[in-house]
Design a protein around this ligand. Structure first.
Ligand code: PEP
Ligand code: MN
Length: 461
């Protein structure tokens, strides 16, 4: 008679993971590349290029996320919905970094917790879409799937997927990372620069003035420490002058991600080297699908978007597949339920994960469950709904005794008018003024700062 064994998941029973084992799995949200040979040539070329990020950095992020899971740090993941190749220049990258640093310092100052900064940056070029086609002026066109696939111009030719774009995505990611690495290590992130991160258009608005006053307090606190002779940099001389910004994007195109996997024979570990953290979208998180298969074999921190249709059983099965060994800092569960539903939908999910005994990072994406089309026809979100969803997310975790570990935001350092509300009130009639996103509406810098003050308050409560 057979002894009773723990049932293996269908995956383990089927066979071992390899970087291309995802190819036998059902897959959705993929472009149809017109030239298979060209695609193969591009993927071969990518496979020979250097990694964009390195295993040591990926492991470091995992350790930092383990601290978040324990409640000893907070995660700020933020950036564009969809990056554009055309925004890959020093001034745009600087302005994205600036607003992320502003938010992080407000959160740290307000809560006393270190903030782990992860950008939706240097690779966030692919977008899942609700339909493969769209009607533009009565003409049916293939939908824009992000700069890594096609061009958004409304013509059939522009919308044709072009595999060459996978290479361009790699090189634009590399150029963006180069600017980020320089700025985070070369004085721009120095805490004594906290005032200079405020941009002129932000200074004029109420959130900007509140930021100025917090920046002044921070400057005084630093002077006070120095005057007392407290050497806060004794262990780490760079603590006040340098920072880390990790990169992340949705791992939507397994072809691209596979080409950038790299093996470390000494430890037998595979890393995805296109970004430090990769996440699986709400539309591609099928347990037996290609995306989950590929991510399950990589050592990176993996995010999973957790939307309203997931059940506690689905979520536990996903956690078991992606984190069979309960590695702290491995999983970031990104809840995106909508402000009205998170209070009902999140508690059973949190409980089910708690019962598995693992420590995960729970983050709140208050953007994707609160999107709607306004009367003027723009896809938008209200800052009030975004704030409310984060408040509810905190309330659920406080009552479950779990950690509200972080927030996941779509924002920009620019003065756009894409989301409604804020002290500088953006109204529906203003959306047309500076609506610049390539996909979903982003918070502008002053709305983002206003939100950070609110999150800092929640962290203190
Ligand atoms: C996104 O993060 O831009 C996105 C498409 O999210 P989701 O998978 O949660 O819909
Ligand atoms: Mn989005």
């Amino acid at each position: 008679m057979r002894t009773t064994e723990k049932p293996l998941s269908s995956y383990q029973a089927a066979r071992e993971w390899t970087p291309d084992s995802w190819r036998d799995r059902p897959i959705t949200q993929q472009p149809v590349w017109p030239d298979e040979n060209r695609l193969r040539g591009v993927l071969d070329e990518l496979a020979l290029l250097p990694p964009l990020v390195f295993p040591g950095e990926i492991n470091e992020l995992r350790s930092e996320l383990a601290r978040v899971a324990d409640g000893r740090a907070f995660l700020l993941q933020a950036g564009d919905c969809a990056e554009r190749f055309s925004s890959c220049n020093e001034s745009k990258v600087r302005s994205k970094l600036r607003v992320i640093l502003q938010l992080a310092i407000l959160l740290t100052y307000g809560s006393g917790l270190p903030v782990v900064k992860v950008g939706r940056i240097a690779g966030q070029f692919g977008k899942p879409r609700s339909s493969p086609v769209e009607l533009v002026d009565g003409v049916e066109l293939p939908v824009f799937r992000g700069d890594i696939v096609n061009d958004p111009a409304p013509t059939v030719a522009a919308r044709q997927p072009d595999a060459e774009r996978l290479l361009r995505a790699y090189h634009h990611s590399s150029a963006t990372l180069n600017v980020l690495r320089a700025l985070t290590k070369e004085g721009f992130a120095d805490l004594s620069q906290v005032h200079s991160w405020n941009q002129e258009f932000v200074c004029r608005c109420p959130a900007g003035q509140q930021y100025e006053s917090a920046a002044q307090d921070i400057t005084w606190a630093l002077r006070f420490m120095a005057a007392c002779g407290a050497d806060v940099t004794a262990d780490r001389p760079s603590a006040l002058t340098q920072t880390n910004l990790y990169t992340s994007h949705e791992a939507l195109l397994p072809d691209y991600e596979q080409a950038l996997t790299r093996h470390r024979p000494r430890t037998g570990t595979w890393y995805g080297t296109s970004a430090h953290m990769l996440w699986i979208g709400d539309r591609t998180r099928d347990l037996d699908g290609a995306h989950v298969e590929l991510m399950s074999g990589l050592a990176n921190p993996i995010g999973v978007k957790v939307g309203p249709t997931i059940t506690p059983d689905d979520l536990v099965a996903l956690c078991d597949r992606l984190d069979p060994h309960h590695v702290s800092g491995r999983l970031v569960l990104i809840s995106r339920m909508g402000a009205d539903r998170v209070g009902d939908l999140l508690p059973p999910l949190v409980r089910a994960v708690e019962l598995t005994g693992r420590r995960v990072v729970w983050a709140c994406d208050p953007m994707h469950g609160n999107t709607f089309r306004s009367a003027s026809g723009y896809k938008t979100r209200r800052l009030a709904d975004i704030t409310r969803e984060i408040g509810e997310f905190f309330r659920v975790h406080r009552s479950e005794g779990t950690m509200p570990g972080g927030v996941h935001l779509e924002l920009t350092g620019d003065d756009v008018t894409e989301c409604l509300g804020g002290a500088d009130e953006v109204l529906d009639t203003h959306l047309c003024e500076r609506y610049e996103t390539a996909c979903d509406p982003r918070l502008n810098a002053s709305q983002s700062i206003e939100l950070a003050f609110r999150v800092a308050e929640l962290l203190r409560e």
